[in-house]
Design a protein around this ligand. Structure first.
Ligand code: HEM
Length: 244
């Protein structure tokens, strides 16, 4: 991917990698053209996650809705094809997320509808790949800016890889040894929260710091403000309040 190149565009490269990985893990998609087609629809879709809902052919919201519909159609075709493969014994029930969603039922024996499965996969593709892409990109940028930290991360990673056989995969215990690396990742995410914030609705009147948030109001938490601009005590008290 980067061999023989003077420059690598980290964001685009990581994004493609994370999307391919998500497609592979969730739906066992392998074909590059198929993933690229879904990926380009996703890029249009992601641009409009926070967008004014004004629907005319020249607005971004319109093209985003069209892209979301095209993704759903594509996912529906993948789901139908997998159902047939499962019936014919050409796919296994434990092979990936898609097979699990198609073959698992609740305690009353009810299965998810194809529409529910489409929405679940759409949510996970979105929630799983965009966040990871932003976090990894910011991590690489921060390591580039702090060579002393980079050296320590590299040392820890090399120690773990030295203890492994050639081709042996990482295990959970290996991940638990990455204490310094994990602290670096956590600090990067604190300094640059990959998600701007989250929406909540007040289910009852809430009093905080002398203010009242009336029942029914929609609120948005701004993570950069919470983690970087408030004192640690105020941040903790606010986060605890929000999660109650
Ligand atoms: C560094 C990586 C990630 C970050 C920073 C991140 C961040 C977040 C945040 C802030 C929320 C809360 C949103 C809210 O409360 O409104 C959330 C929810 C969620 N995330 Fe992640 N996430 C990451 C990776 C992933 C991955 C890899 C997956 C799946 C494979 C995932 C799946 C989800 C799901 C399913 C939800 C719940 C959505 C809902 O029920 O509304 N996330 N994530």
């Amino acid at each position: 991917m980067y061999e023989g190149k003077e420059e690598v565009k980290v964001f685009e490269t990581v994004k493609l990698y994370a999307f391919e990985l998500a497609c592979r893990l969730f739906m066992s998609l392998e074909e590059a053209d198929h993933i690229a087609k879904l990926g380009s629809l996703f890029n249009v879709f992601l641009k409009g996650v926070v967008e004014l809902p004004i629907e005319f052919p020249w607005t971004r919201f319109y093209s985003v809705k069209k892209a979301a519909a095209a993704i759903r159609t594509e996912l529906m075709m993948i789901i139908k094809a997998r159902r047939v493969e499962l019936e014919e014994g050409k796919a296994s029930a434990s092979q990936d997320l898609l097979s699990h969603l198609l073959t698992s039922s609740d305690e009353n024996g009810r299965y998810l509808t194809e529409k529910d499965i489409t929405n679940n996969i759409l949510l996970l593709l979105f929630a799983g790949h965009d966040t990871s892409t932003v976090s990894i990109t910011l991590l690489i940028k921060s390591l580039g800016e702090h060579p002393d930290v980079y050296d320590k991360v590299l040392k820890e990673q090399l120690e773990i890889s030295k203890a492994k056989e050639v081709g042996e995969l990482l295990k959970w215990e290996d991940k638990r040894k990455m204490k310094y690396s994990w602290n670096v990742v956590s600090e990067v995410m604190r300094l640059h929260p990959p998600v701007t914030g989250a929406y909540r609705e007040a289910l009852e009147d809430i009093e905080y710091a002398g203010y009242t948030i009336p029942k029914g109001w929609k609120c948005m938490s701004l993570d950069d403000l919470i983690y970087n601009q408030l004192s640690p005590n105020d941040a903790l008290s606010l986060v605890t309040h929000m999660s109650e």
